[in-house]
Design a protein around this ligand. Structure first.
Ligand code: HEC
Length: 199
């Protein structure tokens, strides 16, 4: 037996001991889920960025509002059906509480993301995967950080930089809007993915 054959089972035993929830699902499965979840969330963010740039060029900020109101839930819904997972976007501060509000686990992970970014980690690299036991079963859960970039600021930046027409539209549709005042490089939220596990 070479050294790695000896060490590997030992590492798995250690992991099972420190992560009791993970013991029932094979380590390979968890790795696969994580890779798939990372791919799905990058796909969502890239599609949204591309739509945003296209709409901003075609019709300016008022047209681009549709990217966050319609395209984001539509693409997330398509990905959910395609993969059989729940794919959503949540915010650190929320514009639409019905869709964008993080649950308790998501809030905790967002707080960890903020701390990691504060400690110097690049937003693009920040993600988290975990097996979570909830009252109705066990889930594979995954989040990937969404950063604020310059094109986001027309609708999520400081009030002074938001065009009057956009401000009026936002105030009318989102009276409880908290998703303003961000700056480029801030953590805006995360893509969140939830997949039920069969025990
Ligand atoms: C043209 C305006 C506009 C631009 C530009 C824009 N957003 Fe939004 N964003 C919105 C609106 C409107 C909502 C609320 C959508 C809804 O009703 O669910 C929203 C919601 C969100 C949410 C969901 C959480 C919440 O607060 O409800 C995230 C995350 C988000 N935006 C991220 C971004 C990022 C990242 C960018 C830049 C890449 C961006 N947005 C650019 C208008 C915009």
């Amino acid at each position: 037996m070479n050294q790695s054959e000896f060490v590997r089972p030992f590492i798995f035993a250690m992991l099972a001991a420190i992560m009791p929830g993970a013991a029932a699902i094979a380590a390979d499965d968890l790795g696969d889920y994580r890779i798939e979840a990372a791919t799905v969330s990058k796909h969502l963010m890239e599609d949204l960025s591309a739509e945003l740039v296209r709409e901003m060029k075609a019709g300016g900020p008022p047209a681009a509002i549709g990217v966050c109101t319609e395209a984001a839930p539509r693409i997330a819904g398509e990905l959910s059906r395609e993969h059989g997972w729940k794919v959503t976007r949540v915010g650190t501060r929320v514009r639409n509480p019905l869709l964008g509000m993080p649950d308790a686990w998501e809030q905790e992970v967002l707080a960890q993301f903020a701390a990691r970014i504060g400690a110097g980690e690049a937003i693009a690299d920040v993600d988290h995967a975990e097996i979570v036991s909830e009252s109705d079963g066990r889930y594979f859960r995954y989040m990937r950080a969404i950063g604020v970039r310059d094109p986001c600021l027309v609708c999520h930046g400081p009030d002074a930089g938001i065009p009057a027409a956009v401000k009026a539209m936002l105030s009318e549709k989102y009276p409880h809007d908290e998703a303003r005042g961000y700056r480029a490089g801030d953590l805006r939220g995360a893509v969140s993915i939830k997949r039920p596990l069969k025990d």
